[in-house]
Design a protein around this ligand. Sequence first.
Ligand SMILES: NC(=O)c1ccc[n+]([C@@H]2O[C@H](COP(=O)([O-])OP(=O)(O)OC[C@H]3O[C@@H](n4cnc5c(N)ncnc54)[C@H](OP(=O)(O)O)[C@@H]3O)[C@@H](O)[C@H]2O)c1
Length: 276
Amino acid sequence: MEFGDRVVLITGGSSGIGLETGRLLSQRGAHVWLAARDKQRMESALRQVEAARRSRGQRCGAVLADVTDPVQATRAVAEVTETCGSPDILVNSAGAVHPGLFRDTENAVMQRLMEVNYFGTVHMTRACLSSMAARQQGHIVNICSVYGFMGGYGYSAYCASKFAIRGFTEALRAELRPLGIRVSIVFPQNTATPQLEYENKLKPDVVRALDDTRVMSPQEVARAIVRGIDRRQYVIIPGAEGKLLFWFSGLSTTALHWVLDRMVDRALKRPRQRQG
Ligand SMILES: NC(=O)c1ccc[n+]([C@@H]2O[C@H](COP(=O)([O-])OP(=O)(O)OC[C@H]3O[C@@H](n4cnc5c(N)ncnc54)[C@H](OP(=O)(O)O)[C@@H]3O)[C@@H](O)[C@H]2O)c1
């Protein structure tokens, strides 16, 4: 796909994976628009995206919006459309995480992650859909997680929201294909972003002990996303471990559970060994 002249809207574009995807698409000639809530972070992100432009004619911009609010989601898309044209590519990267055992996780956390990760994706998709359908073209890219296809110890709230994204995206793909609109789902593994920093502070010991997948850079993940869009892939898995786990999960739930349970048992023993 040629990205020159494409209008790309990226939620969560002020940080991490969203920002790096924006920078890369800006280098490839797209008109990149970022959406998030914090004005200061957004201004700094926009400067980086503008600095990456291939030509001065690229119109990049930023809109402040909380994706959990359907009115703000609609307004954000209207603002981009008015200034630059309807988005050709929507990347839903806005997200939040909060690790902890289910018994220690309040309902407010379960609801917040569902609101940001799942309903944020739903609201932004809805806001972009009618113009994509009218033009019979467009691409919606939903950033999920390896926790969108396997259950992670200490991640009940996050997994529920990411599995919801996966179910939504599967159905969306089937419905939008006849309308000429492409859909992709991205399953990143641990990636060095502010979200991971926040997550690391909250991880219970067992979850920390389980954490031995390679931490990818947001640049690597962004490269995989842009390559996946280019190649029109539905499933985009940036990391080798993510690919292996995805393959395993498709092979047999029993086999996947066997591997994950052995890892959890080992991690549960570690603190006890240290005490003894
Ligand atoms: N980092 C990882 O290890 C990892 C692994 C797998 C999947 N992922 C997923 O990748 C995506 C990007 O994560 P990241 O690691 O790049 O996180 P990040 O660096 O913390 O960025 C999160 C972005 O989302 C925005 N955001 C959060 N809540 C929002 C809301 N209600 N409305 C609008 N924007 C909102 C943030 O800006 P404001 O706070 O200013 O709104 C920020 O721009 C997320 O969906 C995440 O779950 C991350």
